[in-house]
Design a protein around this ligand. Structure first.
Ligand code: F1P
Length: 294
């Protein structure tokens, strides 16, 4: 079994542990009403997008998300939250260093011995969710679950949905598709971005992601009998009919969107296996991107 297969299967347990430790971590996480920015790179950036939409949508304060390299440094926030499994990603470390003394800096990381652990003002370590794999699965979803739980938006039903996502067979015919489009709304836009990234990293699959209402504005042109369109969360009215009319496969995400992401992670591994790829050795990718200059 690959590292990534073993790690993705442990997500229900990890999510439960994250939800259980939220009271202990609450003092280190954003307070209700703070104006914050959430940053990360790659998968961690997409989790930042999801968290930002959840937090602002729940009325707990203005929350922006940025790729760490694109943070608008002229803006003032009460706090910046950085997500990083490795705690070593250059763009995140550089930003945290530049914001020292001007903005409160919280990090949610996987490795307690990484430089980010000592750089930040508040550190939450999810060591139990750290991973051996290059391709992230459980750290990202566990960090998001912690933040979601702090907003009061995590329930036991989400963990049960993740168990269903691991147990149920994948829809037939998906492994053979030549292109995948993932759609989201609100917080699931970030999850759709992550779903598409997982397909690229682990399976070298052609994958795209959009806010669901954007699909009609161009991306639908790609749809044909060999493509799949996967909705994470509730679909806009009429969209499934329009996708069906193109001949493409429509996958309705009936589970919690975070559990739907687990199904996509499984699909990525199934496609990797069908193409003879080792998902523990993704092409041109390292566990953390460490640059000589930021
Ligand atoms: C972020 C990241 C991952 C990507 C790859 C390189 O890492 O960009 O999303 O899959 O592993 O690093 P981190 O800052 O969360 O450690």
């Amino acid at each position: 079994m690959t590292h990534v297969a073993r790690e993705l299967a442990s997500q229900p347990d990890c999510w439960q542990r994250a939800a259980d430790l939220v009271d202990g971590a609450a003092g280190r996480l954003p307070a209700d009403g703070e104006r914050i920015a959430v940053v990360g790179c790659g998968t961690s950036y997409f989790m930042a997008q999801a968290y930002a939409a959840l937090r602002e949508g729940s009325g707990q304060g203005e929350t922006d998300a940025f790729a760490a390299s694109e943070f608008p440094e002229g803006r003032r926030y009460d706090r910046i939250v950085a997500l990083s499994r490795s705690g070593t990603t250059t763009e995140v470390l550089g930003l945290l260093a530049r914001l020292r003394g001007t903005t409160r800096r919280t990090v949610v990381i996987g490795d307690p011995d990484s430089p980010m652990a000592t750089t930040a003002d508040d550190t939450v370590v999810l060591g139990f969710a750290d991973e051996k794999s290059v391709v992230q699965t459980r750290f990202a979803t566990t960090a998001l679950t912690l933040l979601r739980a702090q907003l009061g938006l995590h329930t036991d039903a989400v963990v049960e949905d993740a168990q269903v996502a691991l147990a149920e067979p994948l829809p037939t015919g998906l492994v053979e598709c030549s292109q995948f489009t993932f759609l989201g709304r609100g917080w699931s836009v970030g999850l759709a971005n992550e779903a598409a990234l997982k397909m690229r990293e682990a399976a070298l699959a052609w994958s795209e992601a959009y806010p669901a209402m954007e699909y009609r504005h161009g991306p639908i042109s790609i749809s044909t009998h060999s493509t799949a369109t996967w909705m994470l969360g509730d679909a806009p009215t009429g969209l499934s009919d329009e996708v069906h009319a193109t001949g493409a496969r429509w996958v309705a995400g009936g589970l919690d969107p975070l559990a739907e992401l687990v199904r996509v992670q499984r699909l990525a591994l199934a496609i990797a296996a069908s193409r003879g790829l080792d998902p523990d050795r993704p092409r041109h990718l390292t566990r953390s991107v460490i640059l000589s200059t930021s």
